[in-house]
Design a protein around this ligand. Structure first.
Ligand code: GLU
Length: 448
């Protein structure tokens, strides 16, 4: 019985990864939706496919020692989890945040396998990071940290091995310092790192790609349900790179963004968050303070609601763009109570499994992150191709490709769910569609 089989794998994950709740949560969510697939494909059990899939192919943990501005030595912990290379070299971001630990790294790397598979591009899944907080650090400190981090990471990466990029706490500045050190150490200018600035090989449109892709995906969800994005009232969380790109595209497509959040609370701006207000996200982010209060001071008419999450604000569409487990059961109840029909996940695993079940049981259509936010990594892969081909792609070329990729991801997730008789269930469909690609490649490559 496949139900027992899925439970068996979930038990294995819990037993083998004690004290790693984020990783257990990510695996459980995927494995449960694979039940009908495992039933249809008994060969996967025989091949130990799931047992292999839930075990990282390789993991490195390393000391990152650096000197702060006062001359004091600081020690952080660096990681790279190379989870699955069935479809291509490991690919995935690097996160610098105090919350980084093996569980967070493993959940992100595991999710990345399926996300990358869904793009249809030749990339495996990996993730890295450090428990370093760039907030409040000087430029010199960030540079010395990035160089120290790369002094170890460089030996594990490369365009045909593993290609890191940005994530939370890692933007163009950090990528620049890491790339500079990588190049110095390997004496090669290659495509091992993506998310670079345009002037030295970065991709036109990579910065906004994740957010644009999320809105393209949300648009597909609405259209598949006979609705239009234009005129819809939208609430997002976060104000980082993903939130910024999302806000830009929402404005362009005529949706009305009324709230965003930071760790200190949320901003409600009934006049709509557009134009210079969206530009201000970049200033907030670069302020190194990571708070949204200054927005309320700058734009009269907006309201700062301290210590609260924006999920209590009524909307038609919610797009969490901050961190994992941002929408919990009580937030899901608020969302359902507001009569919203759509949640499109921008951040990685922003919804707890409990909240996800509640939303879906109450008729909310959820666009899962591994599908909806895949535009960022897809453009990273396009950046690798641009660098390998010693060429430059125009913003128009990139955006056209991104849009096609997002529509394809939506359609393949919807189709996979249909095939298994699950209706319009993008959460299960994305898991199934991504998994099938990885599974076929793993079956073809033997027990390795
Ligand atoms: N960190 C992003 C993600 O979660 C991008 C990864 C990449 O571009 O390699 O997908």
């Amino acid at each position: 019985m496949s139900k027992n089989l899925a439970e068996k794998y979930i038990e294995i994950v819990k037993e083998r990864n004690p004290g790693e709740p984020e990783f257990q949560q990510a695996v459980e969510e995927v494995i449960r939706s694979l039940e009908p697939v495992l039933e249809k494909h008994p060969e996967f059990e025989k091949a130990g496919l799931i047992e292999r899939l839930i075990e990282p192919e390789r993991a490195v943990q390393f000391r990152v020692a650096w000197v702060d501005d006062s001359g004091q030595v600081q020690v952080n912990r660096g990681y790279r989890y190379q989870f699955n290379s069935a479809l291509g070299p490991y690919k995935g971001g690097v996160r610098f945040d105090p919350s980084v630990n093996p569980s967070v790294m493993k959940f992100l790397a595991f999710e990345q396998i399926f996300k990358n598979a869904l793009t249809g591009l030749p990339i495996g899944g990996g993730k890295g990071g450090a428990d370093f907080n760039p907030m409040g650090k000087s430029d010199g400190e960030v540079m010395r940290f990035c160089q120290a981090f790369m002094n170890e990471l460089y030996r594990h990466i490369g365009p045909y091995t593993d290609s890191p990029a940005g994530d939370l706490g890692v933007g163009p500045r950090e990528i620049g310092y890491m790339f500079g050190q990588y190049k110095k150490l390997v004496n090669r200018f290659d495509e091992a790192i993506t998310g670079k600035q345009i002037v030295y090989g970065g991709l036109n449109g990579r910065a906004e790609a994740t957010g644009f892709g999320i809105v393209y995906f949300a648009n597909c969800m609405l259209e598949a349900n006979g609705e239009k994005l234009a005129g819809k009232r939208v609430v997002i969380s976060g104000f980082g790179n993903v939130a910024w790109g999302t806000a830009l595209k929402l404005e362009e497509l005529g949706a009305k963004l009324v709230a965003f959040s930071g760790p200190d609370g949320y901003i409600l701006d009934e006049a709509g968050i557009t134009g210079e207000k969206i530009d201000y996200f970049l200033e907030l982010r670069n302020s190194g303070k990571n708070i949204c209060q200054p927005y309320a001071d700058k734009f009269p008419g907006s309201v700062f609601v301290p210590g609260k999450k924006p999920w209590e604000v009524e909307a038609d569409l919610y797009i969490p763009c901050a961190m994992q487990n941002d929408i919990r059961l009580e937030d899901a109840k608020n969302i359902v109570a507001s009569g919203a029909k759509f949640v499109c996940e921008g951040a990685n695993m922003p919804t707890t499994n409990e909240a996800l079940d509640y939303l879906m049981q109450n008729g909310v259509i959820v666009g899962p992150c591994k599908a909806a936010n895949a535009g960022g990594v897809a453009c990273s892969c396009i950046e690798m191709g641009q660098n390998a081909g010693h060429t430059v792609f125009s913003p128009e070329q990139v955006h056209a490709q991104l849009k096609t990729i997002m529509v394809n991801i939506h359609d393949s997730a919807a189709k996979a769910a249909q095939e298994y008789g699950l209706g319009y269930n993008l959460v299960a469909g994305a898991n199934i569609a991504g998994f099938m690609k990885v599974a076929q490649a793993m079956m073809a490559q033997g027990v390795v």
